[in-house]
Design a protein around this ligand. Structure first.
Ligand SMILES: Cc1cc2nc3c(=O)[nH]c(=O)nc-3n(C[C@H](O)[C@H](O)[C@H](O)COP(=O)(O)OP(=O)(O)OC[C@H]3O[C@@H](n4cnc5c(N)ncnc54)[C@H](O)[C@@H]3O)c2cc1C
Length: 388
């Protein structure tokens, strides 16, 4: 085991993904240093709603990762003593168009075969579950495995536990270089110091491409912007995460243009969160009132009562987008000892613990709980050919 100047592994990024990796590696007995250019959870994690969802995933590797991750969030809660508003509140998906309803029926049929708990709700059951839902909706699907947490608290409390186990953290310290030779990674260079080490985890989220480039590699990760509206506290008005079936279509869309679909949920602190917009326009920080109006109108269509609830604030964040919507988890194709754990797009909070488990298994050359080949960074290698 090394000291802070000789860590076994350096994790770049103190968002939920990097901290989950650091925690997992630390539990496995490795000496880990986490470095972040900003504050803890100051990247996209600070903008996330905190949903730990299985409902929005079709069958395949991401659903497998999501199911494992959901289980692990409850284990982590036990390990760190809770405190991050984790609750298995359940998700309800509704459709107000016949296309949406058809897509939802076929998705739920596939998900049920894969072992998800999905219950169809008739009008009475839907209203019993969500008393304030619009009478326009006559049925829905309840996913009891969907859960929620407060992502900044989750990250901070995991980090606290990590530190209590001897882990080290440097915030407000930018990584500006990653040195390597034929044997692989040799050191991480920050604005202040150089830290020798043989293994690096790139958990740079939306900035993971920049970090890969620092090491002489590349990753096709780019920002996918999203706005969230936050209302005044209105406890118990909305009891589940409730969203329109179009949300699932938007999540998997490769369209660069704007997509919006209503996602409404109450939180333990009482505020109601309203999303979700998606657009790939780079790191554009401008406020777009038209999008906010559209999100509010879509939410009011599902819950008319929201027209009487005061909006407190709005904010935006940048989801780390990979072209095939799958996270990038695994060792770099070109740089030995550089492990990527990034590109979780709109699901990084939900998927962080199981992604970290895969990274730890791979670094320690243990077998993981699933075949992680679909997440391998090598799947993009043909996009970054060697110079001739
Ligand atoms: C509006 C919105 C709502 C969302 N809602 C949900 C949700 O409900 N559920 C869900 O699962 N996901 C949600 N997401 C997605 C989720 O927030 C992200 O997938 C997740 O936070 C990514 O975590 P991360 O740790 O990979 O990235 P980040 O949290 O961005 O962490 C990366 C860190 O790397 C650091 N970094 C970058 N470059 C360097 C460098 N050179 N040197 C040092 N440090 C560096 C950054 O400062 C940053 O702190 C949402 C996202 C948005 C935008």
């Amino acid at each position: 085991m090394g000291s802070v100047s000789h860590p076994d592994v350096i994790v770049i990024g103190a968002g939920v993904v990097g901290v989950a990796c650091a925690f997992e590696l630390s539990k496995a007995g490795l000496k880990v240093l986490v470095i972040d250019k900003g504050a803890i959870a100051g990247g996209t994690t600070g903008a996330g709603e905190g949903n730990i969802l299985v409902s929005d995933k079709d069958i395949g590797p991401e659903l497998e990762l999501a199911l494992r991750s959901r289980e692990k969030w409850f284990e982590i809660s036990e390990e760190i003593g809770g405190g991050f508003e984790l609750e298995a509140k359940g998700g309800i998906v509704v459709a107000n168009t016949s296309t949406g309803a058809d897509q939802l029926h076929s998705l739920t049929a596939r998900q049920k075969k894969a072992g998800l708990f999905v219950d169809e709700l008739d009008a009475a059951a839907l209203r019993a579950a969500e008393p304030f839902i619009s009478p326009e909706f006559e049925s829905g699907f309840l996913y009891s495995q969907d859960a929620q947490c407060q992502p900044m608290l989750a990250t901070a409390l995991m980090l606290r536990k990590f530190r209590s186990m001897g882990g080290e953290v440097l915030s407000h310290t930018k990584v500006v270089g990653i040195e390597s030779d034929n044997g692989g990674v040799k050191a991480v260079v920050t604005t202040g110091e150089t830290f020798p080490c043989r293994a690096v985890v790139n958990a740079g989220g939306t900035w993971a491409k920049e970090i890969a480039v620092l090491a002489g590699s590349d990753l096709p990760i780019s920002p996918r912007k999203g706005f969230i509206l936050v209302t005044q506290a209105a406890p118990n008005l909305i009891r589940h995460k409730v969203y329109d079936a179009d949300y699932v279509t938007n999540v998997v869309s490769a369209d660069e243009g704007l997509q919006t679909s209503a996602v409404v949920e109450g939180t333990k602190s009482g505020t109601i969160l309203i999303g979700a917009s998606r657009e790939r326009i780079g790191f554009d920080h401008s406020l777009n009132i038209a999008i906010l109006r559209k999100l509010a109108a879509q939410a009011i269509e599902i819950f008319p009562v929201l027209s009487k609830i005061q909006l407190l604030r709005v904010y935006h964040g940048f989801r780390p987008y990979a072209p095939d919507h799958l996270p990038v988890i695994g060792e770099d194709a070109k740089v030995k000892g550089l492990w990527h754990c990034a590109g979780h797009e709109g699901a990084g909070i939900g998927l962080a613990p199981a992604s970290a488990e895969i990274i730890a298994a791979q670094i320690l050359a243990n077998s993981a709980f699933m075949n992680a080949a679909p997440f391998s960074p090598n799947r993009f290698s043909s996009e970054f050919p060697e110079p001739q």
